[in-house]
Design a protein around this ligand. Structure first.
Ligand SMILES: [Mn+2]
Length: 241
């Protein structure tokens, strides 16, 4: 949100995601970083975001990413967040932080990014012990496939996912949907809502079902949701530039 390219569509995309929480009867909403484009965006954008999250009602966890770092000049320190709704939880621990939601028997761990460098490891410090609850991690960074030897900022290595002691890892940073599960640990990029949907006028989100009764306890599916007011008239079309 708050980019120069198409800020209005980004707002409608957020509205579609929040509507989707209700239509899909979600228990929690996880936003895995870069929901905001940069630290200079206006308070009006932040106020819109906060009001939409209030409308979501369910616990909503926001992990800062490289576009919305949790550093000294972070937008998360600004006034729209000082009186934010009870259901909005911003991960602020730059060495890792666990949030607990007893009503959902759910724990969510994440590490807020304070600098986007090769030294920042999004999954470093993840707890090694579980607490008898659903355990979800959030991480914002670049997954290194085995043949990817480039040094990147905020790297996530396959073995870090394979060794993680949790039911699900919600990943952010990539625009696209991607399954990077390792050794039985389920980990997906959702992609950005607009970037991950193949259909103009829709957004795409990952729906994660945690069900102890099911044959597979963790089931992830990509679901498309309509953006209100979307039409080919007001969606960006490839233009001269
Ligand atoms: Mn990013």
């Amino acid at each position: 949100m708050g980019d120069d390219w198409d800020p209005e569509s980004a707002q409608r995309a957020l509205t579609a995601v929040v509507d989707g929480v209700h239509t899909l009867r979600g228990d929690a909403l996880l936003i895995a970083g870069d929901v905001f484009d940069n630290a200079r965006i206006s308070d009006a954008v932040l106020e819109f975001f906060v009001s939409e999250i209030a409308r979501a009602v369910v616990p909503t966890v926001v992990l800062p990413g490289n576009h919305d770092l949790f550093d000294a000049s972070s937008l998360y320190h600004r006034s729209p967040f000082s009186d934010s709704p009870d259901n909005l939880h911003i991960i602020s621990g730059t060495r890792g932080q666990t949030l607990t939601f007893p009503e959902l028997t759910l724990e969510i761990w994440g590490r807020a990014m304070d600098s986007h460098t090769p030294a920042f490891r999004p999954l470093a410090g993840i707890p090694s012990k579980r607490n008898g609850q659903w355990s979800v991690a959030m991480a914002h960074g670049h997954f290194h496939f085995l043949d990817d030897t480039e040094e990147r900022s905020s790297p996530i290595r396959p073995h870090e996912i394979a060794e993680a002691s949790c039911d699900y890892i919600a990943l952010g940073h990539w625009e696209r949907f991607e399954d990077v599960s390792q050794n039985g640990v389920t980990a997906f990029y959702s992609g950005s809502p607009m970037g991950a949907s193949p259909n103009r006028g829709n957004v795409a989100v990952n729906v994660v079902d945690l069900d102890p009764q099911a044959s597979r306890a963790v089931v992830v599916s990509q679901v498309e949701l309509p953006m209100a007011g979307a039409s080919s008239m007001n969606l960006p079309i490839a233009a001269d530039n």
